[in-house]
Design a protein around this ligand. Structure first.
Ligand SMILES: [Zn+2]
Length: 170
């Protein structure tokens, strides 16, 4: 009987090795950024004692942010209630910030859990993608796009309004 693509995926030994490797938090890029490992440059917007907000290095749209707990968690259901609510406040503050700096018409807010979901980094993180008039739907924007704003320009805009994050998180 012919195997489904799903079964072949599960049976592929090289994939199992890849999954095991990715579980090793020593190799986690977000842990390296959280620990300020100099070999990883990050576009950091904000940080407190529990989490950080980064610019996505490969943004789907200008102002695409990542909300990342400093500690390595791979499962949403493993987060404590206090960390979850702190991260939610950071998501809300980021929306307020982007409304002020980028005037989006809407947002896509996403959390990918596990390799099969499309998560390329297992350390849990939220994507906040501001949406603008005339941009594409969420899947189409994964392709090649011309960015109308560079990362340094985005960072300068956000840092001018950083008080919004400070006021809302402390
Ligand atoms: Zn990590």
């Amino acid at each position: 009987m012919k195997k489904s693509p799903f079964e072949s995926y599960l049976a592929a030994p090289w994939k199992a090795e890849y999954v095991r490797k990715k579980k090793d938090s020593n190799e986690c890029i977000l842990c390296a950024i959280a620990n300020k490992n100099k070999s990883f440059t990050a576009w950091e917007v904000f940080r407190d004692d529990q989490a950080m907000i980064l610019l996505n290095k490969y943004p789907y749209n200008p102002g695409h942010l990542l909300i990342v707990p400093l500690d390595h968690f791979e499962e949403f259901d493993m987060l404590s209630a206090s960390l979850s609510s702190h991260l939610t406040i950071l998501i809300q503050s980021s929306i307020k910030l982007l409304k002020k700096t980028h005037f989006p018409l809407g947002f896509n807010i996403g959390l990918n859990i596990g390799n099969v979901s499309g998560a390329s980094v297992r350390h849990i993180h939220w994507h906040i993608v501001p949406r603008y008039f005339g941009d594409y739907n969420f899947l189409e924007i994964l392709g090649t796009r011309v960015m109308v704003e560079t990362l340094p320009q985005t960072l300068i805009k956000l840092q001018k309004e950083i008080e919004i994050l400070r006021k809302n998180t402390f």
